[in-house]
Ligand binder design. Structure first.
Ligand SMILES: Cc1cc2nc3c(=O)[nH]c(=O)nc-3n(C[C@H](O)[C@H](O)[C@H](O)COP(=O)(O)OP(=O)(O)OC[C@H]3O[C@@H](n4cnc5c(N)ncnc54)[C@H](O)[C@@H]3O)c2cc1C
Length: 427
């Protein structure tokens, strides 16, 4: 057994790195245990033959606060991420739309004029009525968290607004559709996204997690397999050894927590067993194609393509070759592929070629799969997570942070880590 540490943080994603960094700055002794060989989790960049590729999160936004503060502190300057035009593919035709341009929204031909007018009026009304929503403090609005976006709007907007616009958008950004998406969270996010700009870092979004990780004591390739509460302190067992700490912070996806808790309390069993995540996969490819002449990203309605939800030009990273792009596999399609088929380039390549005739000389470079991609904020989940946080804040041994306890983004994950660090430092 090693000596008793003050804090162990399990998981070096942005939430774990954020809480560890804040605690360390406050003079606490912190060790981070990470199962992979690098830090960052879903906010990581990998090198593919000298080209940086973002394997999870792609951008940060101008309304993120903690991410910007941290970037400044680490002397990293975010650079504009060119979202450009988005297009919807329908019946082999592209209908393009620039979310920042009112004229382009008015001219968008992906849904009928009547549907567009109804949707615009309804969303405008909802946004005005929800002007007090604070994305990072929705506790006062729990009474509104009773419906999904779909259930809230289905009687007032045409179905095609869902199939051809709202669902492709939700799937491209969160990897699950409007039937499961909490109405109140959707409105809180929409209020912010409508007026924001998108950014990344030169050479990829993982620059931030890489820089913060250099300041911390992290043991890599140490997968935590068991966390055991003792009378005094907590024992953490990894694939390599055992550690003892006064306190442990678990910063891994919420749906994986019960796999590592030795004897969860009733509260932990109840809360963590109902947490759901979408799955996601990016396929990084090269091909000759003219499809991107008028847009950077293509969203694919499920009716149009059952396998893929979007195709993107990866040109936000400086000097990225224009022949490189990524395809996103739909959550439902990914779940149907067996574990071996998921990574099989021939099978994926066949799926792409059968789906699209506009790629020539297709070559798959890399496939990255996330079994826990984005936490599903289904209606009612916000109440459960606030209840859980209220009840567990008096625990003296095991604490939690991550995107599922705040909002589904890198800012949400970091905010959750920073809030926890403040609570622990101020005790
Ligand atoms: C494909 C995709 C695209 C996204 N796009 C965006 C975007 O553009 N903008 C945005 O803001 N957000 C985006 N997100 C969401 C964002 O990436 C996440 O919300 C955020 O990064 C989650 O951070 P986290 O620290 O909570 O979890 P994670 O990043 O998952 O970190 C958990 C860490 O714990 C480690 N771990 C897990 N189990 C163990 C164990 N047993 N022992 C030790 N270590 C363990 C993991 O390896 C990982 O490093 C995207 C997510 C995905 C998947």
């Amino acid at each position: 057994m090693n000596k008793n540490l003050e804090y162990i943080v399990v998981g070096a994603g942005i939430a774990g790195l954020g809480v560890a960094y804040e605690l360390q700055k406050a003079g606490k002794e912190v060790l981070v245990l990470e199962s992979e060989e690098m830090a960052g989790g879903r906010m990581s960049t990998q090198m593919l033959k000298d080209i940086p590729i973002d394997i999870g999160a792609q951008f940060i936004t101008s309304f993120y606060k903690n991410i910007w503060n941290l970037s400044e502190e680490l002397n990293l300057e975010p650079s504009l991420f060119d979202v450009g035009n988005v297009a919807i593919l329908r019946h082999e035709k592209l209908f393009s739309l620039n979310p920042k341009n009112l004229r382009s929204l008015c001219m968008f031909g992906g849904i009928s004029p009547l549907s567009k007018i109804r949707l615009a009026f309804v969303l405008f009304y909802k946004l005005v009525m929800s002007s007090r929503l604070n994305l990072y403090d929705l506790k006062k609005n729990l009474a509104l968290d009773d419906k999904s976006v779909y259930d809230d709007l289905v009687d007032i907007v045409e179905k095609e607004s869902f199939t051809n616009l709202l669902d492709p958008m939700c799937e491209a950004l969160f990897w699950y559709d409007s039937k499961e998406f909490s109405n109140v969270l959707f409105l809180a996010i929409l209020r912010k996204v409508l007026f924001c700009k998108f950014y990344s870092f030169e050479n990829g979004i993982g620059k931030l997690t890489q820089k913060i990780s250099e300041k911390l004591d992290i043991h890599y390739q140490e997968k935590v397999v068991s966390i055991i509460r003792k009378k005094v302190g907590v024992t953490v067992i990894t694939n390599k050894k055992s550690y003892c700490a006064n306190r442990v912070i678990v910063a891994i996806p919420g749906n994986e927590v019960l796999n590592v808790l030795d004897t969860p309390t009733n509260l932990e069993s109840q809360f963590f067993s109902q947490i759901r995540y979408s799955t996601a996969a990016y396929i990084f490819c090269q091909a000759k194609t003219k499809i991107f002449s008028n847009c950077n990203t293509i969203w694919l309605p499920e009716k149009e393509n059952e396998h893929f939800s979007s195709i993107s030009k990866n040109n936000h990273v400086k000097n990225y070759p224009s022949t490189h792009f990524s395809l996103a596999i739909r959550d439902s399609a990914l779940r149907k592929l067996t574990t071996t088929n998921r990574l099989h380039k021939h099978i994926i390549s066949k799926m792409i070629i059968e789906s699209f005739d506009f790629f020539q000389d297709l070559q798959i470079d890399y496939i990255h799969i996330w079994d826990s991609a984005l936490p599903k904020f289904v209606p009612g989940f916000l109440r459960q997570k606030y209840d859980f946080l209220d009840k567990t804040q008096f625990d003296k041994q095991i604490f939690y942070c991550g995107d599922y306890l705040e909002s589904p983004s890198v800012e949400g994950a970091l905010t959750s880590g920073i809030k926890l660090a403040k609570q622990l430092i101020n005790e």
